[in-house]
Design a protein around this ligand. Sequence first.
Ligand code: 6AU
Length: 268
Amino acid sequence: SKSTLSYSQRAKGHANPLVRKLFAIAEEKKTNVVLSADLTTTKELLAIADSLGPYIAVLKTHIDILSDFSEQTIQGLLDVAKRHNFLLFEDRKFVDIGNTVQKQYKGGALRIYEWADIVNASILAGEGIIQALDQVVNDSGDAERGILILAEMTSKGSLAVGEYTRASVEIARKYPKSVMGFVSTKELSSHSPNSAPEEDFVVFTTGVNISSKGDALGQQYQTPTTAMEGGSDFLIAGRGIYAAEDPVTAVRQYQKAGWEAYERRIAR
Ligand code: 6AU
């Protein structure tokens, strides 16, 4: 497992330029926090991105929940990401057949490909969906774009377990240029028999909250510390941060907990 190496050690040997950039941001800002900015107006989204930007490595959006999405939303996100040096991750959870997904990724009203560094997809529909997204990424010229496979889910009763999760890892291995890693509750790939020595998938873990165990609709949480101990590389937190009384204090608390757990892990 690569999880006892530092982000900069992993960046050095990594074949994917977007992963190298992500690791460099994490080291420079000393943060592995991904803010899940699930706000519903452009003004609120850009305001929280600006005030919490210094403390995060990635801003995760659900662009389709905005009531006033426009060109200004895209421009605002690109500006704030540049100002505070973080990546943009659109949590689109693509799930359809390849042909449809290419259109959803490249075009449509949301033009996700144009502005989002990272997107996620599930393999419910089979390998074709990843092949389709990989094609868009590879045909794209200069833009550095990455895909995360949603290999598990945090909600109660999730069916993304066992063989499904193992298949997610096997498919990821076939698309190393575009698939940068997983959304999962823990590190997945190094325990599997087909793991190559140079393989280094990035693990994004959601369902992270310091003060709550879950919500009324099936969400289940773990803490930043347990997530990092399980081999996570980046912690996705939403309500634990943006819905706190003081989001700046909260994000710094998640940053500190995540970074200290990371330092303990690489010191082993
Ligand atoms: O911290 P929360 O519970 O306020 O928000 C968690 C965020 C939400 C979910 O849509 C998303 O993480 N999420 C995902 C992702 C990131 O793909 C997968 C999952 O299994 N569970 C989950 O909560 O924006």
